[in-house]
Design a binder for this molecule. Structure first.
Ligand SMILES: [Fe+2]
Length: 338
């Protein structure tokens, strides 16, 4: 049982990341998933890490919006024998973790101090060379990486020439906070010519949970995200750098599955998006559904493991709204109407 004093400590943890930086997925077949995220979804492959069967995709928003690690039995080792993925994880496709971008390493270290004082356990601490990270586990067992970028030019490490293992242990208690914040270059925009879609970045993810109130408390108290809107069993959260929201949490009482339900990629150019939608239909792409709403248009793709990938374009100035729960048997895509 959590005491009132302990609860108060937990409420004070609040990592307060700026935004969702990436989703990292365990995938059944790395090459198939790399081909899908590059050539269909249109997010450029920026790095391969054969030692962990990994691939990373970004169009310049940050070092990676999407990370992929192929499923395997047993431990995945990083640099110098570091246990990067334990043998208990990553044997099935699904969410590996969400990456939450902190403003600076100093803020990350301060938050880790508060988490330790509150008696929370930190699952893993890693030095990824581009960032320093700590992983926390929510009440459903989902992993959340809170990370701070530690280099100005991530492309010097994340590129297709380097394929070395980069991840090793990070001792945050002995770490001097680096020179950050290290903001991303706003002019770094890539476009995968020949891909069906041309998104700028990942904006949010959708998560199903059986323990709605407990997981919601994790996002508010431990992660320190703000609630944009919430109703019975549905909540939207954001960090201060997100223009709209970073995460939609949906209770399984509304007929959704537990775990990662989808990731959403934003296209900024409406005319370009219209062309992509037409091309996708003509090319017989695997499309689960499309929506045309006053606030946005989208296409729902299925990735090679069956994960829903929403590619969308928000109409200029339109604000997202909390989706209304409908009978999932009638319309399982209502969770993508935000
Ligand atoms: Fe990550």
């Amino acid at each position: 049982m959590t005491t009132i004093a302990a609860e108060r400590h937990i409420q004070a943890v609040a990592f307060k990341p700026m935004r969702l930086g990436h989703a990292n997925l365990f995938v059944a077949d790395l090459e198939r998933s790399i081909a899908f995220y590059s050539d269909v979804a249109g997010v450029e492959l920026v790095r391969r890490e054969p030692g962990i069967r990994g691939g990373f995709h970004s169009n310049g928003n940050t070092h990676h919006d999407i990370g992929l690690i192929e499923v395997a039995a047993g431990v995945r080792h990083g640099k110098s024998g570091f246990q990067q993925v334990s043998s208990r994880r990553g044997s099935q496709p699904g969410l590996n973790h969400f990456g939450w971008e902190m403003r600076s390493e100093a803020e990350l270290i301060a938050a880790l101090g508060r988490a330790t004082d509150a008696g929370l356990s930190i699952a893993n601490c890693s030095n990824h060379q581009i960032s320093h990270s700590a992983y926390m586990i929510d009440p459903d067992g989902n992993y959340h990486e809170f990370y701070a970028d530690i280099v100005e030019k991530w492309r010097s490490i994340f590129n297709l020439e380097r394929e070395d293992l980069v991840t090793e242990a990070w001792d945050w208690k002995r770490s001097a906070p680096g020179s950050g914040p290290n903001p991303n270059d706003p002019k770094d925009h890539r476009r995968v010519e020949g891909a069906l879609f041309h998104p700028r970045r990942i904006t949010h993810a959708t998560l199903g949970t059986k323990r709605f109130e407990e997981v919601k408390s994790f996002f508010v108290d431990v992660a320190g995200l703000s609630v944009v809107a919430a109703s019975d069993g549905i909540a939207m959260f954001r960090g201060p750098q997100s223009p709209t929201f970073d995460l939609l949490l949906v209770s399984t009482q509304h007929g959704v599955a537990q775990g990662l339900l989808g990731i959403s990629l934003e296209v900024e150019d409406e005319a370009d998006f219209a062309k992509s939608r037409k091309l996708a239909a003509e090319n017989g792409a695997q499309i689960l559904g499309t929506l045309d709403l006053p606030r946005k248009r989208n296409v729902l793709l299925s990735d090679p493991d069956g994960l829903a990938v929403e590619v969308y374009c928000r109409r200029s100035g339109a604000k997202p709204v909390l989706p209304k729960a409908v009978d999932s048997a009638r319309n399982q895509y209502w969770i993508f109407t935000a």
